[in-house]
Design a protein. Structure first.
Ligand code: ZN
Ligand code: ZN
Length: 264
């Protein structure tokens, strides 16, 4: 399984970082999209993602920087020849079905599922769901009400994704002992935060959960001004660490981790 980074940034426009977008690609080639932030679909061709390969689309909460390309995916499936042939499961937090219905009301038939039936699964704390080769478990994390983080098992490997979250026991449990923990790290240490992580609290979660590899992401522009890795190390985390950048591809479970940049 591979982790693909489509966007390692936030809602704030940044020259090098797009808004939230990630994907897990199984050995079979099937793709689980994690978040669908604005412009993240623009990254698909460079990373080899196609409508035929996308088996499921998950968003962790309904902040725009995580979900505004949902309509682009819904629309694209209908305009690309054969785009709607692969059945897609739409995964999200409580209220996700209503959110997608709202997009259909705004954009009309162009974003309706061609088959007439959209498969939507809402995940709350403790819920599990399997789609294709991906086995998901959700935990409610500390961000906005209903925000989830997920743990995904596939090809004998496990990845945890924080979504947006402050440090909390559910996030530690989600990341405990996984092959790769993809953790948001919104801010430098100098900016305290409870509903996001900064370099200090991300380090604390990493120390407690002890995953085999930590990948930090979701960097606000203020992170450009500091040595992010240096701050994480100063906070006591000494384990394997990668800082996400757009186009990064990580082979999950390889040791030492293989991280390659692709031009996207
Ligand atoms: Zn958010
Ligand atoms: Zn966010």
């Amino acid at each position: 399984m591979q982790l693909l980074v489509l966007g390692s940034g936030t809602a704030i426009p940044h020259e090098m970082r797009g808004a939230s977008g990630y994907a897990l690609r199984a050995d079979s080639g099937e793709v689980l999209l994690l978040e669908c932030g604005p412009g993240s679909t623009r990254r698909w061709p460079g990373l080899g993602i196609t409508f035929a390969s996308v088996r499921a689309v998950l968003v962790t909460h309904h902040h725009v920087d995580h979900c505004s390309d949902l309509a682009a995916v819904m629309f694209g499936r209908n305009v690309v020849e054969g785009g709607a042939d692969t059945p897609v499961t739409w995964l999200g937090p409580r209220g996700h079905a209503r959110h997608l219905e709202g997009l259909e009301r705004v954009y009309g038939s162009s974003v309706r599922e061609a088959s007439g039936e959209r498969v939507v699964v809402e995940l709350a704390d403790g819920d599990a769901h399997r789609v294709g080769p991906f086995e998901l478990q959700a935990r409610e994390v500390l961000h906005v009400e209903g925000s989830i983080g997920v743990r995904v098992r596939c090809d004998g490997r496990t990845v945890a994704f924080s979504g947006d979250s402050g440090a909390c026991p559910a996030l530690v449990a989600l990341c405990r002992g996984v092959d790769l923990a993809l953790l948001e790290c919104s801010y430098p240490a100098a900016r305290p935060t409870t509903r996001h992580l900064n370099t200090t609290t991300a380090a604390r979660v990493a120390i407690e959960a002890a995953p085999s590899l930590v990948v930090l992401t979701h960097f606000y522009p203020s992170c450009d001004d500091v040595d992010v890795e240096g701050e994480v190390r100063a906070a006591g985390y000494n384990g394997p660490l990668l800082l996400a950048r757009d186009g990064l591809v990580v082979e999950v479970g390889t040791s030492p981790p293989v991280g390659q940049e692709r031009r996207v």
